[in-house]
Design a protein around this ligand. Sequence first.
Ligand code: PEP
Ligand code: MG
Length: 904
Amino acid sequence: MKRVYTFGDGKAEGNAEMRNLLGGKGANLAEMNLLGMPVPPGFTITTEVCTEYTQKGRDAVVKLIQKEVEDAIAHVESLTGKKFDNPENPLLVSVRSGARASMPGMMDTVLNLGMNDATVASLAEKSGNPRFAWDSYRRFVQMYGDVVLGMKPKSKADIDPFEAIMEKVKEEKGVRLDTELGVEDLQKLVKLFKSAVKDFTGKDFPDSAWEQLWGGICAVFDSWMNERAILYRRMNQIPEEWGTAVNVQAMVYGNMGENSATGVAFSRDAATGENMFNGEYLINAQGEDVVAGIRTPQQITVEGSRRWAALQGIGEEERASKYPSLQETMPVCAEELISIANKLEDYYRDMQDMEFTIQDGKLWMLQTRNGKRTGAAMVKIAMDLLRENKIDEKTVLMRMEPQKLDELLHPVFDKSALKRANVMAKGLPASPGAASGQIVFFADEAETWAEKKKKVVLVRIETSPEDLRGMAVAQGILTMRGGMTSHAAVVARGMGKCCVSGAGEIKVDYAAKTVEMGGKVYKEGDWISLNGSTGEVYDGQVPTAEPELGGDFGAIMNLAAKYTKTLVRTNADTPRDAKQARHFGAQGIGLCRTEHMFFEGDRIKAVREMILSGDVEGRRKALAKLLPMQRSDFEGIFEAMDGYGVTIRLLDPPLHEFVPHQTATQKELASEMGLTLEEVKAKVDSLEEFNPMLGHRGCRLGITYPEITEMQARAIIEAALNVKNRGISVHPEIMIPLVGTLKEIQNQADVINTTAAKVFEERGESVPYKVGTMIEVPRAALTADQIATVADFFSFGTNDLTQMTFGYSRDDAPKFLKFYKEHGIIKTDPFEVLDQEGVGQLVRMGVEKGRATKPELKVGICGEHGGEPSSVKFCAKLGMNYVSCSPYRVPIARVAAAQAALEE
Ligand code: PEP
Ligand code: MG
């Protein structure tokens, strides 16, 4: 088994294809060699060794790779003409991590390894630059102390012991910048640093280069298991088994004087995607100086430098003298760098993010990788590369990270303002976008304030359908309780409105009209800002900007349409949402939650009348008032979906969600209905349930109150006939919620079919319709073969199916799921990302059993997972006919569905 791969001087044992074994950095270093680019020689210890290290421990692994590492060092010695651990002409090396997936800043690096009192003298003499030699030495002692010897501060609040010493020395000398320190200061620093090491470890700083090298290599392997890296992996779903490689490379120096520099460059703009080479550099510096932000980096190109200066309000003269571009200071290196960037981009056929160093006028490449980018840049770069004939259509689609398309659809914060904003609380990123507004606590107030043209953020402990109108006028919604499928989250996503839910640490006091977060008490009218994409809540007003949907976005959607095998429908309850979704390319409605219509206008009164009536007659009277309103809603939706299927779900939520809970409203209702306040209160109390989510809801309502199903079926069928008569093609699909047994669906299907037959007879005309069910109770999935004898279609309600499969309450789960996630009990929130392993089995079984009974059975998903890329792909691969999601997630689902087709 080969564990070490060398590279240098145009040759390499590895290549770009060996990313899994050599890590991203190692594979690309090898490839750059093969492409004839200037790369300091070195070697890569494979990711497999990292796994061995975790399993067998340090000593065993050192023994395993000792010979190979020694040979590899000899290889570097022969290419550089220098000797490791030898003061005559010392070879110094860097040791860096490099995992399969990029994990920026998560793991450790040591530079200038091999330095000691003897080599520093030799380096000073050879370079003719003692300051450079001593600067490298003090950097090495500091880095080695931090990384290998464990002296790195544990938290941001701690002070790095080395930085503290450095500050003191600078203060004594009366200087501000590191570069202002002279040779003697640096010598003093090395001494002080070493004695700090001795105090900390009880041992002398290691002088032997070999001891240093093994320390460095093992520290990188150790850093794979550090807390930061583990957390990052968990967040980005990178498996622990992947391991990191270690790259050891001959040092090149950007800090050798005014003719040396170090920097980073991008072959295109990572923010906008513009085809413009750009980057930053620092003269006389090593890599960490660029990151540390102590000195202001300069731009590589003249054009970039001018743009930068204009943004900073710096005039041309000052720019050219104080902040010249690399094209001006080192034109030959700059041109070589640009030509390398072009070659690399052509080779990898993607935007490259590169690190380089210039040592005494010679350019060296230290790294290249596909650059991270914004959603907008992702779309533009891929489409530009397609137009440049560098990639094909399928590659364009596969390059999309579907979730990132979201950034293009919602308002975003002004980036520089965001940097200055204070985070006061964090909740779940329930519905993406950016919002800034004045705090209100009640839906009524949201409405009155909005009428006065004020921007508001609705802050609630949790929301219920009563808050819908307030939510509709708010810029954003913040709740203390509730998860990714809570009412607030689902409704906000449907509206395309920013929402942070389940921010458990905030304290909402409705009586005092205050909310406390991050140690500050906010009153009604105070400004806050929400980032629905990260879950962050900011103090004050952070400016936002509206998104622009360019032509490239449309082109991506067209490509998705060309390659997908799965349709994307939308979850929409109003004609407005339906139109929005059509605009994004939805082909039909997969879920129309009829209860949401009950809160529009005055209808809630009729709904309450229906609920509070003691008998069938009273209920029928109230339902008769609702009928025309529902019918006209359905007509609007059928029209918006001209020609596409529309799935309308019968009433689902427990009735107590519709009745008023505040005494004032209860009084009003009592007088309208000729009841006493006590009678209303008693009825409201009687609707209370211990577990409403498992209580009297779904088809259980329609079965106990068939008149409700009758009214809704009639409204749907009559609306369909009316729309058909206006020359619009219409395909109603009536969906029964929360079915768990064959009898339940039979019962409701009978009511629907009888009602439809009656309407057809009355009108002397008919329209085709389908009757189907949601599969959201585990029993429905288990008996899908029976249920399919009645159902024309299945739609997986994975919100409830997840709730009932895990036994996690949708509304209460965030309280412990946060802990679960942080402690690795679960990887992702199952209400957000479909649990393919568990819930997914029920879904698969439902599809298979259903289609075994009825091969032509139409199957889709309408739970929130229908807009989450990995879940969409799972459903597409199960052969579902469609996925359905909220309007603003339609583009994401379309791209994910197309990717699923291409992956097959
Ligand atoms: C579901 O349960 O997945 C579903 C779509 O229904 P609701 O969220 O309305 O319960
Ligand atoms: Mg449900």
